[in-house]
Design a protein around this ligand. Sequence first.
Ligand SMILES: NC(=O)c1ccc[n+]([C@@H]2O[C@H](COP(=O)([O-])OP(=O)(O)OC[C@H]3O[C@@H](n4cnc5c(N)ncnc54)[C@H](OP(=O)(O)O)[C@@H]3O)[C@@H](O)[C@H]2O)c1
Length: 275
Amino acid sequence: MEIETIDTQGICIPRLGFGTFRMPGTGCQPVVESALALGYRHIDTATMYENEDAVGAALAGAGIARGALHITTKAWHDSLQPDALRRSLDVSLKRLRLDYVDLFMVHWPSPDMDLPAVLETMQKLKDEGRTRAIGVCNFTLPMLKTALDEVRAPLACVQVEYHPFLSQAGLLGYLRPKHIPLVAYAPLAQGRAASDPVLARVGEKHGASAAQIALAWLLDQDGVIAIPKAQHKESQQSNLGALKVRLDDEDRRAIAGLPKDLRYVSPPFAPKWDA
Ligand SMILES: NC(=O)c1ccc[n+]([C@@H]2O[C@H](COP(=O)([O-])OP(=O)(O)OC[C@H]3O[C@@H](n4cnc5c(N)ncnc54)[C@H](OP(=O)(O)O)[C@@H]3O)[C@@H](O)[C@H]2O)c1
């Protein structure tokens, strides 16, 4: 099934991508090979995932035209000084065996980062052609306002945790008028969505699983991209099946009734979310 794309800042991002967190080392290679063979073209990795070598090997062997792929990587929060950012992308490109990535992101903000300098360096890396676009993850609304309204950084997207149990209404309300997509990470609430009874009930009506309903709910929303991770081929295939599900107002109302304050990814170095 054709995966719809979103155009932003000169790149074209498939709305259903493939996450690779918690698959360190060589074991990630066959998993990414399987995802590529099934039709995924958007692969999300990061220096911190310790699997860029494996992702690179899978890409090299897949024989897919570079232009048909969207590859995202990210720099860790201890590498946001200009030189460190450059080095981070250099190492990522070597490991991924690529001349450029499609999207280079700040993985987490850091309290002592110099945000204008970070964004200026990222912009330079873009100008030099080592990444086609830049973005940020885990930024709060005030941080985004600084990046976009003050620094005027050409962010292609913003990646944050988003699933049926966590609202991102504030960020979406700010990003949508600017036509900046939101990339939903942990779109299955790290697997929890698959066993949710409300999502399962909605799924029964559509002959779909609870996990497919969680993804369909995200893809039903303007400007939202989802990057589920699935180690098993059956789940990879099943997640692609979410593209066929069309929710109606009754389904949307049922999902709106789920709790919306459950954030599962909040490490000690995370920013104050409600700041
Ligand atoms: N920027 C950031 O700070 C950040 C943070 C977290 C994640 N991310 C990105 O977002 C991606 C997705 O997030 P995530 O991996 O944390 O969580 P997720 O995609 O919400 O959930 C992954 C879990 O769901 C299971 N699963 C997948 N498909 C399923 C299905 N159809 N039925 C039942 N279970 C299913 C997987 O099982 P198996 O794998 O065992 O099959 C895995 O345990 C990451 O891989 C990473 O690329 C970014």
